[in-house]
Design a protein around this ligand. Structure first.
Ligand code: 4NP
Length: 144
């Protein structure tokens, strides 16, 4: 199964979502992330995301930002977006119902708030939200 995490810049939220999700799954799963915007393409995750992940034993420093592409709809089985704005930006690119059906808000009804302009506690909050959301998703997989 292939899972894609999507936010705006692919430097704060979705790199964390990718790292946390990967830490809970085995090699049968492919986990990646992307941003709807292109400003940060090629960059490392924000140092605050790298730091909060590291404090939980997760290394995300090998990740590099990339932009979401239409081809991702065919490559990935599930596309988790962080907020309603990401949802809109991804869905506008969907070409079929099959594409649209793959896309979910990771917290179902709530947004994962963009921590970019805030302080470190925003990143800790995002980590907790994503840790819970990924736990919920992993439970639905019924892994042994
Ligand atoms: P992210 O956070 O979408 O969680 O990666 C952001 C990072 C950068 C910008 C916006 C959000 N920006 O506008 O540059």
């Amino acid at each position: 199964m292939k899972i894609l995490m999507v936010c705006l810049g692919n430097i704060c939220r979705s790199p964390l979502a990718e790292g946390i999700m990967r830490s809970k799954l085995n090699e049968d799963f492919f986990v990646d992330s992307a941003g709807t915007g292109d400003w940060h393409v090629g960059q490392l995750p924000d140092k605050r995301s790298i730091a909060i992940a590291k404090s939980y034993g997760i290394d995300i420093s090998m990740q590099r930002a990339r932009q979401f592409q239409v081809e991702d709809f065919d490559i990935f089985d599930r596309i988790f977006v962080m907020d309603a704005s990401n949802l809109k930006n991804v869905l506008v690119l969907a070409q079929t119902d099959e594409h649209r059906k793959k896309v979910r808000l990771i917290l179902n009804e709530k947004d994962v708030p963009d921590p970019y302009y805030g302080g470190d506690e925003g990143f800790a909050n995002v980590f907790r939200m994503l840790d819970e959301a990924t736990d919920e998703f992993v439970k639905t997989l019924n892994l042994k």
